[in-house]
Design a protein. Structure first.
Length: 371
């Protein structure tokens, strides 16, 4: 999903007031300091992604009561800090007005970051316009969100330095947070785009794994997903992106802007009995891989194309280390093991009646490949 940046919309402040009124209702009885319109939509004249960013500023003691109130009264999902200390992300399932909502501790660097950018750009039209041009240029290139955040890091640092609200060490922390780090930037192949999950992917995930695509769950331990489960799984993906060191990666696969699949990997925990892999006395990194594609696009080589690109990126990030990759499946799932063979994996084991799934004992076929 490429970033969309629009010219300033004079309706944005009124959208914020509507959302603020809703939040005040949900937060009744909770002690909070203020509800602030932040982000680019809060700056008159600034081009922006059409998403209203809101900070609910609280004392540290009021963080949990505020989270509890939004989850209980507004049916929000609590996602966590996502790698940014003292900035708690809550997701409103109602996105008729697109919004990002944060519960922020008063006075900390991240809160001053949001307020400093807003206040500086409101007072400095030249800097505002410079920032707008950077964003418009990035959007015109079809930049995805993580690459977008990283690419505008320099201008954000310039704005924050002009605000005078953060110390050099705090600026350095913010700069580091805006770098992808262990997150994947966009991976482009001849026909596909692979990228990290974002919250807007819940509908695409549901279409991929819902009852109507039951074949995708036929050989899995789980039943077809509900819409609620799809949203929860996407939120779990967002959380895993912020874990350091990261052990789980899952990417959306897009074809002409539509989610057609997902690919993923899990790095085995050190000491896992079945995942401790030795090679000439040296422990190897062991990744368990998976993939899922819409039935309508299967048989066109998209799975092979996506997995080749994903594996290349995964292995390149572990340059200099020995890596073992594994794909496990029910042997009746011919599509999966044939894809493993196309990727150069070799049959490693076949265990009969390996475990019970959906009321029957199933076999386990394992393919492995060393890199």
């Amino acid at each position: 999903m490429s970033v969309e940046v629009e010219p300033y919309n004079p309706a944005w402040p009124s959208y914020f007031e509507q959302l603020k009124s809703q939040l005040e209702t949900y937060l009744h009885g909770v002690s909070y300091l203020s509800i602030e319109h932040v982000g680019s939509t809060s700056v008159p004249g600034l081009a922006a992604k059409p998403i209203i960013d809101i900070d609910i500023i609280v004392t540290r003691d009021s963080v949990q009561p505020a989270i509890d109130a939004l989850v209980s009264n507004g049916k929000f999902d609590y996602v966590g800090e996502l790698g940014i200390a003292d900035r708690h992300v809550v997701k409103d399932p109602n996105q008729d007005i697109r919004r990002n909502i944060y519960i922020c501790v008063d006075g900390v660097a991240q809160t001053r970051n949001h307020l400093g950018v807003r206040n500086t750009l409101r007072a400095n039209p030249a800097l505002r316009d410079e920032y707008a041009q950077v964003k418009l240029d990035l959007a015109a290139k079809g930049t995805t969100i993580l690459d977008y955040i990283e690419a505008k890091g320099a201008i954000v640092q310039k704005i924050l330095a002009a605000s005078g609200m953060l110390s050099p060490s705090e600026l350095a922390v913010i700069q580091k947070a805006n770098v992808k780090g262990e997150k994947f930037g966009a991976i482009r192949t001849e026909r596909l785009l692979l990228r990290e999950f974002v919250s807007d992917d819940a509908d695409g995930y549901y279409e991929l794994e819902r009852l109507g695509t039951k074949d995708n769950a036929r050989y899995q331990d789980w039943a077809p997903r509900t819409r609620k489960q799809a949203r929860e799984l996407v939120l779990e993906n967002l959380k895993s992106q912020a874990v350091s060191p990261r052990r789980v990666w899952e990417l959306v696969v897009l074809r002409e802007g539509r989610m057609v699949g997902r690919v993923g990997a899990r790095l085995a925990k050190s000491g896992d009995e079945e995942d401790d892999v030795k090679d000439e006395g040296q422990q190897m990194l062991h990744f368990d891989l998976w993939f899922s594609f819409l039935p309508a696009v299967q048989g066109q080589g998209f799975g092979t194309e996506a997995m080749i690109a994903f594996i290349d990126e995964l292995v390149n990030r572990k340059s200099g280390e020995k890596v073992e990759l594994e794909i496990e499946c029910d042997p009746r799932n011919t599509g999966s093991w044939k894809l493993a063979e196309r990727l150069g994996f070799e049959k490693y084991s076949l265990a009969e009646k390996a475990w019970e799934s959906k009321g029957e004992w199933v076999d386990s076929l394992v393919y492995r490949k060393g890199v």
